[in-house]
Write a protein that binds this ligand. Structure first.
Ligand code: ADP
Ligand code: ZN
Ligand code: ZN
Length: 739
């Protein structure tokens, strides 16, 4: 019997740890948990993480294989991140190997050394380049150079030439041209971490108003202790300024700050503002980075060169070793929840990390999640409010526009169109929000009623006229638009409902002389397109904005004086119990994009349900009142946050197999259900998706610990008993979506 068994978490859906012998020539005594180990895994190789060294194994010792190589001398993740990952593994019941992998940049997952690359030169923008950017006419005819310069301006720490390839196609030639003009310069790797030609720490640091000062003081008083604050304030109320003050204080104490932002909240404007104000280098972690850039930023967080780490969801695992504060901006944002694989909630994990480290956590939002409001109500979080826009003015007035019996022009009522016309005539800007891309959600036959169903999903295919295709937004299947009805042959096929593309067409017709910017996923796919649309809006070339929720975050449109919510009804009667909360948050987020303190803008909501109580509450009394009402409703119906949920989802090609699996799952849970309600098996709201049948079992408990006790006892049985590989299943703890 060997005396040192390496217990290794291998990224794999299998819920177990794998045992190996140490590699030949390796002294296991020097190995520490958290180092990466390359191991044979089935017929391939994998990179796993050493969890512990044991003198026991449940595997037949003769069947043990030796690991191949140990990749690190030091654990690749600091101890506190390891502790967080172990916590997350237990809470979300996800395989440890995959949990570890989620915390690492892709290159480390693939076995690259966890050290900065030796001598690759990095490039940064030179002072002359900054000037060239400022005089835009210089670059009008060199869009590739402009893109590269923009990118470099966003990365004062310098960028490796290879990672520029993801910015423009012919990066080498473009870079050469920029060098020839003296607009870029190379820097030695050592200098890379220090920001270039740093603008002297800003001249204009505003004096805080009373509410901001109180918020800053409250958090500052708790530095060095675990405490969660909910910083509630409408857009423009000065939350970011509060973050900056706190960050400066924590930096002055020599500690690091982690800032989590939603996926589309990480805008160049936000980063520019942070960089301008903060003395220490800042590292960003988000999906837009090349693998090498991401690894470098990650290493800068780990070795402490980066004082501030700003990132999206997975940055909650950033390896900063000396954190003094965690900030989660727009804490209500759904993108903090990972929706597949390891389904963690980054805001919730940020709170756990703060607790493990004994440091404060600040959650900021104009429209906090009901979960967070509830935590304030029961005294767990402390509320800090910023009730006014800086410079005066409250929230923009909201009007409800009753669409019933109104003639509609492509989803737009006459009164709304008239208001749009009025604002445009005054040379102002207008934003119309419709959270549905494409031309129309379906095509139908006026003769027989046929609808453009997807062959693989219980869903309709969306009509995209620009691309001349019907596209399923759920499985991606697409085909040319039918010319005649496949059932009756009629050619009278019509678009059903409205998407942003249709809105754009209608508005082009109505306002032919006004520039329109449609901002949705379809129209911004091309690199640089979003930026150029936004630039056109800023300089007034396009004054009518149409967009989906892409518009709801990060960007600010000071000249917009009218915001129209084209269709609020989706949210009012959605199948998900969170639909109303989402809609309220989206409405206010979109409203917050517009105007300035002296010109706050008006919001008009089109609806067929003008008397809906939640909508009324939101409009007449604002978000806090809405939240209180919505919470009362959740309490009376015993829904989260007054109950705790876990969702067992399953799918298979054959519906029988899914149901059979879920019945077994339910039967296995029944003996241990104390305090937990089992709901289902029931078909998923969209039963068929991408050709697979989906069903689910919902577990709900009034007490969190009862739910988790059940999961702890039940899941091992389920994993043992589940042998039907035709059925895929997953568990979602604290699901944010019930389908
Ligand atoms: P939020 O993050 O809540 O949207 P910001 O912090 O971005 O609000 O503040 C909105 C605007 O007001 C910004 O331009 C900011 O520079 C400015 N601002 C913030 N606080 C103050 C203050 N105390 N005095 C003057 N201007 C301020
Ligand atoms: Zn027909
Ligand atoms: Zn489909």
């Amino acid at each position: 019997m060997p005396d040192s068994i390496l217990r290794i978490a291998v990224p794999s859906p299998r819920y177990r740890i794998f045992d190996y012998l140490p590699p030949p020539d390796c002294n296991p005594a020097i190995l520490r948990p958290g180092v990466r180990v390359r191991v044979p895994f089935g017929r391939r190789q994998a990179i796993g993480f050493l969890v512990e060294i044991s003198d026991r194994t449940d595997v037949n010792p003769d069947a043990l294989r030796p690991a191949q190589t140990v990749l690190d001398t030091e654990p690749v993740l600091p101890a506190d991140v390891l502790a967080l990952l172990h916590w997350a593994q237990r809470y979300y019941h996800h395989p440890l190997g995959e949990v570890f992998a989620a915390a690492l940049p892709v290159l480390l997952r693939h076995g690259e050394p966890a050290t900065p690359p030796a001598q690759a030169p990095r490039w940064r923008i030179a002072a002359a380049g900054q000037e060239a950017l400022a005089t835009a006419s210089n670059l009008r005819r060199a869009p590739a150079q402009r893109l590269l310069l923009d990118h470099l301006a966003d990365h004062p720490g310098g960028v490796l030439a290879e990672s520029l390839r993801s910015v423009v196609r012919d990066a080498t030639t473009t870079l050469r041209a920029l060098r020839a003009r003296g607009w870029v310069e190379s820097i030695s790797p050592a200098a890379a971490a220090t920001p270039s030609s740093q603008i002297p720490a800003s001249q204009s640091i505003p004096a805080l108003n009373d509410a901001q000062a109180a918020a800053v003081a409250a958090v500052t008083a708790e530095l060095g202790r675990f405490r969660v604050f909910l910083l509630e304030g409408i857009t423009g109320s000065g939350k970011t300024e509060v973050y900056l003050r706190l960050i400066e204080t924590v930096l002055a104490h020599g500690r690091q700050i982690l800032v989590l932002v939603p996926e589309i909240g990480l805008t160049p404007q936000l980063l520019a503002r942070f960089r301008e104000r903060l003395q220490k280098p800042l590292a960003t972690l988000h999906s837009g980075l090349g693998d090498r850039e991401r690894l470098n930023a990650w290493l800068q967080a780990r070795d402490g060169t980066a004082g501030v780490v700003v990132g999206t969801r997975s940055a909650v695992f950033a390896p900063a070793q000396n954190l003094g504060l965690i900030i989660v901006d727009e804490e209500h944002d759904p993108s903090f929840k990972q929706q597949d694989g390891f389904r963690y909630h980054a805001r919730d994990l940020a709170v756990i990390r703060g607790q493990q480290l004994g440091i404060p956590v600040v959650l900021g939002s104009a429209t906090p999640a009901l979960e967070s409001c509830h935590n304030v109500q029961r005294g767990r979080y402390r509320l800090l409010s910023l009730p006014e826009r800086v410079g005066g003015g409250g929230e923009p007035p909201i009007e409800i526009l009753d669409m019933r019996r109104q003639p509609l022009i492509d989803g737009l009522s006459r009164p709304l169109l008239e208001r749009v016309r009025l604002h445009l005539a005054r040379d102002e800007q207008v934003l119309l929000f419709l959270n549905r891309r494409g031309f129309a959600p379906a095509l139908f036959c006026h003769e027989c009623g046929w609808l453009s169903q997807c062959r693989h999903c219980d869903a309709r295919m969306t009509l995209h006229l620009r691309q001349h295709r019907l596209i399923c937004h759920h499985c991606g299947d697409n085909r040319p638009i039918d010319i005649a009805c496949p059932i009756c042959g009629s050619v009278d096929l019509r678009a059903l409902g409205h998407g942003t593309e249709r809105l754009e067409t209608a508005l082009r017709h109505e306002f032919s002389d006004v520039g329109i910017a449609r901002i949705d996923r379809d129209n911004t796919r091309r690199r640089g397109r979003l930026e150029s649309l936004l630039a056109d809006v800023r300089n007034g070339e396009r004054r009518l904005l149409i967009g989906t929720q892409m518009l709801a975050k990060g960007h600010h449109f000071p000249d917009v004086t009218l915001v129209g919510i084209v269709d609020a009804d989706q949210g009012l009667y959605g199948i998900d119990f969170r639909a109303g909360e989402r809609m309220a948050q989206l409405i206010l987020q979109v409203a917050g994009r517009a105007g300035r303190a002296d010109k706050p803008g008006t919001v008009i909501i089109q609806t067929h349900h003008p008397d809906h109580p939640l909508l009324r509450g939101l409009v007449s009394r604002g978000y806090p009142a809405f939240a209180a009402e919505a919470l009362a409703e959740r309490q009376s119906t015993l829904l989260p946050p007054f109950a705790y949920q876990a969702l067992l989802r399953a799918d298979a090609a054959d519906p029988e197999q899914v149901t059979a699996f879920l019945r077994v799952a339910r039967a296995l849970a029944e003996p241990v259900v104390d305090g937990v309600e089992l709901l289902g098996p029931a078909p998923a709201p969209m039963e068929r998706r991408a050709g697979r049948y989906r069903a689910q079992l919902l577990l709900q408990a009034a007490q969190r610990h009862e739910l988790h006790r059940l999961l702890d006892l039940w899941l091992p049985h389920l994993r043992d008993r589940h042998s039907d590989h035709r059925v895929r299943w997953s568990l979602d703890v604290d699901p944010m979506e019930l389908y």
